[in-house]
Design a protein. Structure first.
Length: 354
């Protein structure tokens, strides 16, 4: 087994799921780094990093913990023995263990948590509820402005004034024939702020202004990537059958079920909208026969039910944890078996049915 250093491993993990796919509010990536060089022989996977799980990681001589949920989320003002989150950092550094968290980057990817959750429904096709956009393109500006003008000194004046505006890029001029006349087509990319200045400048000449087009530049959507999934089952299944399938997939003896208005256990489920974890904001307003997530507020459940949508809640981390064994197998291939990968045995949902 050839070992990997931490930086190589983090780079490989970022290749497996780009952190640019994570939600803007999230705190993903390498959160705790022992002083370099740091060699990783054992990678330890957990859904939640609790103190009990940290002791297991120490015992199993982990060099890097991949914790799906970020154990550091709000900024720490000190690192003492006083609170459990601070103690995690102390223990990690004392034992030279790094901590990496992918969280919503793993929700978005096609081979991630939500994709694993769809397997609980049986044969189905799925698309993201909120698709991710390509991280890199278009490179500059939020808007494109295009206009045609006669080849006059006036055009030169306008162009020189445009060049003085900040946050303008990709300014090009091309010869164009408009209604049989030779003209120049001008195209530029600009920011929202620069757009106001460009429009103010062009509006001084009504002829130019009436021939102006403004395009909103949007990054292309990434196929099969994004938050949540809308699943269309190959064959409609009764609500009671779907419930049993989900319990079996998540290995749970119980789930919580709210039946949609006018629905029974025999009602067919053809479309299911799902989101691992806490799904209200992602599922809201989606048309489906069923919402499947870990937790939802009381009022969001009432809303869904009033709209005839049944809701299945499995507790937050129960909709995520089962993905870890699939992740272990995928990472073993991705990291070419260079590191030993183990899944926590102490990691569990904090809630139980009493």
């Amino acid at each position: 087994r050839s070992l990997m250093n931490l930086r190589e491993l983090v780079s490989a993990l970022n290749d497996f799921a780009s952190l640019s796919l994570a939600e803007s509010w999230d705190n993903v990536g390498l959160l705790v780094e022992p002083s370099p060089p740091h060699t990783v022989n054992t990678l330890f996977l957990t859904n939640d990093l609790t103190e009990e799980v940290m002791e297991e990681a120490v015992e199993k001589k982990a060099d890097l913990i991949l914790s799906y949920h970020p154990p550091i989320f709000t900024p720490l003002k000190r690192v003492t023995w006083k609170t459990w989150k601070e103690r995690l950092v102390v223990r990690a550094l004392e034992h030279r263990i790094g901590i990496y968290s992918p969280h919503t980057a793993y929700d978005a990817i096609p081979h991630g948590v939500n994709n694993w959750l769809t397997k609980g429904l049986g044969a189905c096709t799925s698309i993201p509820l909120h698709p991710s956009t390509a991280p890199s393109y278009p490179a500059e500006g939020t808007h494109r402005v295009e206009f045609c003008a006669d080849n006059t000194e006036h055009l030169d004046t306008v162009l020189s004034k445009i060049k003085d505006i900040q946050e303008i890029s990709c300014l090009t001029t091309l010869p164009a024939r408009v209604e049989g006349e030779d003209q120049t087509r001008v195209s530029l990319n600009c920011s929202q702020k620069a757009l106001l200045e460009v429009v103010a400048l062009l509006s001084q000449n009504s002829l130019l202004y009436h021939k102006t087009e403004i395009l909103l530049l949007q990054k292309p959507l990434l196929p099969h990537t994004g938050m949540g999934r809308l699943c269309t089952l190959s064959e409609p299944v009764s609500l009671s059958d779907i419930t049993e399938r989900i319990k079996s997939h998540l290995k749970l003896p119980h789930i919580r079920l709210a039946m949609g208005m006018g629905k029974t256990l025999d009602s067919p489920v053809k479309k299911a909208a799902l989101c691992a974890g806490s799904g209200s904001s992602v599922l809201k307003g989606m048309e489906a026969d069923l919402y499947l997530t870990g937790e939802m507020s009381h009022h969001d459940v009432l809303d869904a039910v009033a709209n005839g949508i049944s809701v299945i809640l499995c507790e937050h981390s129960n909709t995520e944890r089962g993905f870890l064994s699939e992740l272990r197998d995928m990472l073993a291939v991705h990291l070419r078996n260079k590191v030993n990968i183990i899944v926590s045995e102490k990691d569990r949902d904090p809630l139980q049915v009493a």
